[in-house]
Write a protein that binds this ligand. Structure first.
Ligand code: PMP
Length: 461
């Protein structure tokens, strides 16, 4: 009779360092604004420590061990807004090192907990000074007693960007079979962007490298830096990027919510910023393969105000096909034609249809006649059935969708009136622009709330 339990064999299992990297690339077709341009996300939350920073932390720690700087008994000390710290603490636990971290005291409670889970000591720093305050504190502690610490200083450590040169960049080349045309990554220490970017540029000289920053110094995109107002990392190479895009916290948050609802992908705010940049970029391309880095998962931000947004907890789920408005992408040519139309018919109101490839993406502004009687034209716009049919016919002819309407407000602000509210349809964008003394001025875009009680503003880009 064969034995019930086979004699156990020695099985090779990976050690923690071997689990870092090899993250999946997923395509996001619902966020692609036009055919021919694919958007892929590299899901760094799949690393064992839950973020892209596992790669850099591991490389810096192994380099320190090899050089002797991280000799036995030394304490790893660094400043981190969270993810690098979690990675240091996790790898430190696995390799028998003590870890001490300077962290702004306003990082999320989940993050502080995670660091404590792995046994790290925390030095909490002034929240008003952000990550720069944490860096200053770490430098001061190190200078007082340099023999006691291994201070990798992720902002100046070449092993940070080299980790991405040897892993992230190579993986993307393999996963896209060398077909990537645009690489998008946010800038924190800049290690991800610089290391991956240099690798891609080395192997594919024509690839375009796109860096992403918050659009203002006071932002909610944890992990990212607004370089002009921050201590610039020594490893940052500002000449590497072909394009540098600025993203608002609001847009990044909206995309984070949409990714969770529409793709089942729960990611952090800096992933929303990377996706916003990828969508902006895609809107201006004819064809291409864009890869954006999604640095971490969303569970680290559950207490973030981004989830206090109306409609996240109490409101009913959105109907199928009903998307949260993100922004209205309005190409230069359509904007110019709208403005010309407004100036031409001033002091009357002008109106027209917005045609596009998908909600939020205008391709063409199609002028219509204001159907109101002569004496009323100046005050109100209304698209009559005849004009609506013309707009639909144009959409069929061009293969586009009717995604909204525009109209002018002669000598009035670009804000919807009660009349506009009473006559608007849901799920459409309404551009309103002011024409003052015959000159087109400010332009804004609006969309009805799901309960039709009011308009919400859309961001026009
Ligand atoms: N996003 C998040 C959430 C991060 O923690 C970081 C790291 N600070 C980044 C983006 C940016 O990565 P890097 O430091 O490689 O520029």
């Amino acid at each position: 009779m064969p034995p019930l339990i086979e004699e156990s064999r020695q099985v090779e299992t990976p050690s923690l360092p071997e689990l870092v990297g090899h993250t999946p690339l997923v395509r996001l077709p619902r966020f692609e604004p036009k055919p021919g341009v694919a958007i892929y996300a590299k899901l760094e939350m799949q690393n064992p420590g839950g973020s892209v920073k596992d790669r850099a932390a591991l490389a810096m720690m192994l380099a320190g061990e090899r050089s002797g700087a991280f000799g036995h008994g030394r304490i790893l000390l660094d400043a981190t807004s969270g993810n690098t710290g979690i990675a240091y603490a996790m790898i430190g636990a696995a390799r028998g090192h003590r870890v001490r971290l300077c962290v702004p005291s306003n990082v999320t409670p989940e993050r502080k907990r995670l660091l404590q889970v792995y046994g790290a000591d925390l030095v909490l720093t002034d929240p008003m000074e952000g990550s720069d305050g944490a860096i200053r504190q770490a430098r001061a502690i190190y200078q007082r007693d340099p023999q006691r610490y291994f201070y990798p200083d992720q902002y100046s450590n070449d092993a940070n960007w080299q980790a991405h040169f040897h892993s992230t960049g190579v993986e993307i080349l393999e996963q896209t079979a060398g077909r990537i045309t645009h690489f998008v990554a946010g800038l924190g220490t800049s290690g991800t962007f610089v290391g991956t970017g240099r690798r891609l540029r080395q192997d594919l000289p024509d690839v375009k490298l796109v860096s992403v920053q918050p659009d203002s110094p006071l932002h909610g995109l944890e992990g990212l830096k607004h370089m002009e107002s921050a201590i610039v990392p020594a490893i940052y190479d500002p000449k590497l990027a072909d394009i540098d895009l600025r993203i608002s916290t609001d847009i990044a948050h909206t995309l984070v919510r949409r990714l969770a609802r529409e793709e089942g992908l729960f990611v952090g705010p800096s992933s929303g910023a990377a996706l916003a940049a990828a969508i902006d970029l895609a809107s201006d391309l004819k064809s291409g393969i864009i890869v954006a880095i999604f640095p971490d998962g969303g569970d680290r931000y559950l207490s973030d105000p981004l989830w206090d947004h109306p409609g996240t907890s109490e409101a009913p789920a959105r109907a199928e096909g009903e998307n949260e408005p993100v922004r209205l992408h309005l190409p230069e040519a359509a904007l110019a034609s709208i403005r010309r139309h407004g100036a031409r018919v001033y002091p009357n109101e002008c109106c027209g249809a917005l045609l596009g490839t998908a909600p939020g993406h205008v391709t063409e502004a199609f002028s219509l006649d204001n159907t109101f009687a002569e004496e009323q034209q100046r005050r109100r716009f209304l698209v009559g059935p005849e004009e609506y049919r013309r707009a639909e016919a144009r959409a069929t002819e061009t293969g586009l969708q009717l995604i909204g309407f525009y109209h002018s407000h002669p000598d009035h602000p670009a804000e919807p009136s009660q009349f506009d509210l009473d006559h608007a349809w849901p799920n459409l964008s309404y551009i309103i622009f002011s024409v003052r003394q015959g000159q087109p001025k400010e332009l804004r875009s609006w969309r009805l709330k799901a309960d039709r009680s009011a308009f919400e503003e859309e961001f026009v880009s």
